[in-house]
Design a protein around this ligand. Structure first.
Ligand code: 0RA
Length: 656
């Protein structure tokens, strides 16, 4: 090849490089997702990822991220430093190639676990292209080197600027405000991700400093326990069932697997999965492998150690679901060529991964349990409880089903049903207490209004396992009266079966909770709402659930009387009556309980469709509502206290 051809080739390459970075500036969203908050913060992740790679390779122990007061961000690591020697093909220092060529990382044999296609791993050159200014400093082979760039374009030669005994890489960049909607970094967003990264990379220290404001802020994340510490961080409020976290760690091999799990005193599961440090929210093949391994390993352990003692009459089958009740688990794996699928590209598609993860986790859990038999025994005991409650729940459900199948005569004895059989016109009043129930039975319109009196406190659905819930008389009576069955396919893992909840079979299109206007009444109301929200959400989502609004006061003056529903209305009414008739001193009766009203009064004030007020229960944000119920009704007393403190000014409405 003569000199001329070489030069031509070289410049052709250079043009390609420039076009590469121009493309990034032209369509930044293609490379970093968007140019909003997410994209901006992604710049930091991108730079940090490179340092994490160096840590994963075993050469870097500390990464520091600084928000500077001039708006720039510095990321520094103590790794080997990006190589500075001339790149054979590009004829430039390797560091310049890394900083200015798209995907140049691939030219080095060190990013086999980098993510292709996903948002991470697009290369630090993308950050360079989207920065007004960026400089890199490399400590290597006894020297300090520096190079400057603007919008990804090299401004200076790689200069030697000093001597050092240390090694490492420091990148400082100013995000381009002509590209990003805002260039303000949020401390908490970055802190959360850096904390997560340090959990995922055991022992790696990540420091975050914010020197933008008068008051500096700094946090250091370093977890000797890695995922084990992560699990403890997540499940600390769950009353752990065992102190020691179950861990599986298999380095090397084609798919390195790191896993930690612990059981707590809850009825839900919380499993987080990561591939190459990326949270795979949609799961995928690694999650399938994990689930199958967990079930097999636990069942195998239980069998080997004779922990499932079944009587002949009681055939207990421990299912995956039983082993996931109360589980907090984190699975982190490395895959060299991950295929990400799904809506948000966070579902791992690599088929071969399932079997590999399954095998490693299966063997790992078995080994761990053999070495920690007390942990093993407790887990199996918990799963047995879960299995019993599942089977008890099935039996309880079948009982209720059988009762309902027998027809009208099987309706609860306490129910005063209505004569109309068209659900559209029918209402079921759930009434607190037998005495109010009695008044309601006498006062109602018996064609369309059915009354079910509930005795005493209703069971707390947030704290009770399903079997206990179903063996509760009041709950049974409600389910039977409603006639729409209970529960569904997800519990038995099968198809929809006879007796599963079916909104089409609902016998009343209005279900009205009618409780006293006192503390007990509001508690019962909350307990009933919790039951419907947790166990019959369709009732709420289809707009069938209501609260009755009984009056708080009766205000009377000779033969005139009126009912008022709050204190403000009371004052206004008294004032009005005073003006109308000055001579007679006015009477005010405070209703504490529904039972204080006679049947006619109850009908007039609370049940007459012409005059009454019903509040329809709606749920706008299911996740928030779930959290609220958990706070109010769950095990965690501290959470309940803090919720009530935070919402103290709304406490009056808490139940509505
Ligand atoms: C390529 C090769 C080597 C290290 C790196 C890149 C490297 C890149 C970054 C980015 C941020 N920090 C980094 N640290 C290292 C290996 C060099 C060798 O063999 O010594």
């Amino acid at each position: 090849m003569n000199q001329e051809t070489k030069t031509r080739e070289y410049s052709a390459e250079s043009i390609k490089v420039l076009e590469g970075l121009k493309a990034v500036r032209k369509r930044p969203a293609m490379y970093i997702g968007d140019v909003g908050k997410r994209g901006l913060h992604h710049l930091v992740y991108e730079v940090v990822d490179n340092s994490i790679d160096e840590a994963m390779a075993g050469y870097c122990t500390k990464i520091t991220v600084v928000f500077n007061d001039d708006g720039s961000v510095t990321v520094e690591d103590n790794g080997r430093g990006i190589p500075v020697g001339l790149h054979k093909i590009e004829k430039k220092p390797a560091v310049e190639v890394v900083m200015t060529m798209l995907h140049a990382g691939g030219k080095f044999d060190k990013d086999s676990y980098k993510v292709s296609g996903g948002l991470h791993g697009v290369g630090v050159s993308v950050v360079n292209a989207l920065s007004q200014r960026l400089w890199v400093e490399v400590k290597r082979e006894g020297k300090i080197y520096k190079q400057d760039y603007k919008t990804g374009v090299t401004q200076t030669k790689l200069k030697e600027i000093g001597k050092t005994k240390k090694t490492g890489t420091k990148v400082c960049f100013f995000p381009d405000d002509s590209i990003f909607k805002s260039t303000h970094f949020e401390y908490d967003i970055i802190a959360d991700r850096l904390r997560e990264l340090s959990y995922l990379n055991r022992g790696l220290e990540i420091v975050l400093k914010d020197i933008r404001n008068a008051e500096d802020k700094m946090e250091s994340f370093k977890f000797k326990g890695g995922l084990s510490d992560f699990v403890k961080f997540l499940d600390e409020h769950n009353n752990p069932l065992h102190d020691k976290v179950v861990t599986v760690n298999k380095e090397g091999g084609s798919v390195p697997v790191d896993m930690a799990l612990r059981y707590g005193n809850t009825y839900t599961e919380n499993i987080l999965t990561f591939v190459n440090n990326i949270n795979t929210i949609e799961g995928g093949t690694h999650l399938s492998g994990f689930r199958s391994a967990l079930t097999r390993a636990m069942n195998n352990y239980a069998a080997r150690n004779n922990l499932v003692k079944t009587k002949k009459s009681e055939k207990l089958n421990l299912s995956g679901e039983d082993f996931r009740e109360g589980l907090t688990a984190i699975l982190s794996i490395r895959v060299s060529e991950p295929q990400f699928e799904g809506q948000t590209k966070t579902k791992l598609g690599n088929g071969e991964v399932k079997g590999l993860v399954d095998k490693i986790v299966y063997e790992g859990i078995l080994n761990f349990l053999e070495e920690n038999p007390s942990v093993g025994r407790r887990i199996i005991e918990k799963a047995l409880l879960a299995a019993r409650s599942r089977s008890a729940a099935r039996k309880a459900r079948e009982l209720i089903r059988r009762k309902s199948a027998l027809g009208g005569s099987s309706l609860p004895g306490k129910l005063a049903d209505c004569s109309n059989k068209d659900p559209v016109f029918c209402e079921l009043y759930l009434v607190e207490g037998d005495s109010a129930g009695g008044s309601a039975k006498q006062g109602r319109d018996r064609r369309t209004q059915a009354i079910l009196p509930l005795r005493g406190k209703v069971i707390n659905s947030e704290k009770a396992r399903i079997d206990r819930l179903l063996s509760n008389n009041e709950i049974q009576a409600m389910i039977t009266a409603l006639g729409a069955g209970f529960g569904g396919s997800d519990e038995d893992g099968g198809e929809k079966a006879a007796g599963d909840f079916d909104i089409e079979k609902l016998r009343y299109h209005k279900v009205v909770i009618m409780t006293d206007a006192d503390v007990d009444g509001s508690h019962i109301r909350t307990l009933l709402l919790t039951f419907f929200f947790r166990r019959m959400p369709e009732l709420i989502h289809n707009g069938h659930l209501f609260l009755a609004l009984p009056p708080l006061y009766r205000i009377y003056q000779s033969k005139k009387e009126s009912y008022v529903y709050d204190d403000n209305e009371k004052d206004l009414t008294i004032e009005r009556m005073r003006k109308e008739n000055k001579t007679v001193k006015i009477g005010v009766q405070r209703y504490k309980g529904l039972g204080e009203m006679n049947p006619e009064q109850l009908w007039d004030t609370t049940m007459d469709p012409e005059k009454r007020t019903l509040l329809q229960i709606t749920v706008d944000d299911a996740a928030r509502a779930a959290e609220t119920f958990q706070n109010l009704m769950g095990h965690d007393v501290e959470a309940r206290r803090s919720f009530i403190e935070k919402n103290a000014k709304f406490v009056v409405n808490l139940d509505i």
